[in-house]
Design a protein around this ligand. Sequence first.
Ligand code: DWN
Ligand code: SAH
Ligand code: ZN
Length: 416
Amino acid sequence: MTDSADGTPRRGTCRACGGTTAQFLDLGRQPLSDRFLTEDQLADEFFFHLAVGVCAGCTMVQLMEEVPREEMFHQDYPYHSSGSSVMQKHFADTARHLLEHEATGPDPFVVEIGCNDGVMLRTVHEAGVRHLGFEPSGGVADVARGHGVRVVTEFFEESTARRVRETDGPADVIFAANTICHIPYLDSILRGVDALLAPDGVFVFEDPYLGDILDKTSFDQIYDEHFFFFSARSVQALAARFGFALVDVERLPVHGGEVRYTIARAGARQPAERVAALIGEEDARGVADRSRLDRFAADVEGIRTDLLALLNSLKAEGKRVVAYGATAKSATVTNFCGIGPDLVSWVCDTTPAKQGRLTPGTHIPVRTPDAFTPDAVDYALLFAWNHADEIMAKEQEFRRAGGQWILYVPRVHVTS
Ligand code: DWN
Ligand code: SAH
Ligand code: ZN
């Protein structure tokens, strides 16, 4: 499955270093993960080939095919970062941390790449600190503006970063969450950071961590928008090529396990000891080794087999099965496994822009959360497993009434 028809492994060019990547996982034909459809849009759905490879040179794990950015990030991009109260708190805490430890000069300037609805910059704005968000998705950018956040509806890249350097001066902090891993044109991002960052400034970004994805077999982190799957080793190699150094790493529990990377100009800061410690751990575990990645690919096949067996047996028993959280991640699961409305009747989600529409590819109807009542549902497949604590706390009545949750991370299981 990882090889092309003539048996030779599929190869591509590394978008981080220009080296050669080798494919280790094929997730097949997939739609845009955040394009929720009306009936009249079913005929012209966009599909691409979702497969993942690893670079032999710099160890970066990445998609083999790139989806044009305008297909994904536009006026109607439906994801609102503030849809989770846990994430709201995480980003308010993050903002306070950056203001306290990094943006400490007389008139600091904080830039965010991918500020979405302003979930982080809101707190920076409320503190009266100079800031600017880059957010190409117009709808969510408008929500951020509504909270008083200063936003440009533009992609961050070298040219836009240079212009902001001219108009606003150097940035003390450039922050990004769940965004740098979305950007195949990483060279332009790093040159943009180089142009905009103050000599002693820091570039801080957090993204899903390859080590956690492998540990949890969370293959649903792989979809059109997630192009790169970072490790401390691959980020260190990336930083070094652009005159930067990885000076800190912090593991975060959000979104199923992430790492916050702090990058500074080479020589500007002494790297924290935990950088070498995490890289040592990665090397010992072999996170970029072909044997580990092949085992991950086999584990993914196992989840597909187990999930389909469970859903088919529940269907045969006449159980009412629905899903919870119309996540971008779930597009990979439903399309890779072939899960449509015959196995999962509907999915509920709090996002107005997703409600009343059909999920990408397999077209499961999206309903409002008020459809999710204990008397209407026997089993709920938790697509938003990364928000399990928050959702299960909110839906305690479902469990109490005998309802059961189905999870597929780190393996297929039903809550008892
Ligand atoms: O990286 C990305 C992350 C940050 O967000 C983006 N590429 C796209 C998006 O990915 P996702 O859709 O997989 O993210 P979430 O945060 O897992 O999505 C949760 C979904 O579940 C949202 O549509 C909101 C919904 N939800 C809900 O219906 N009830 C969430 C919570 C917490 C709830 O209680
Ligand atoms: N930071 C938020 C949003 C993550 S979703 C959070 O962690 O919840 C990724 C966001 O990145 C989207 O809002 C998308 O529009 C934005 N994005 C994609 N490419 C970008 C780029 N080149 N510059 C700035 N934002 C970008
Ligand atoms: Zn590489």
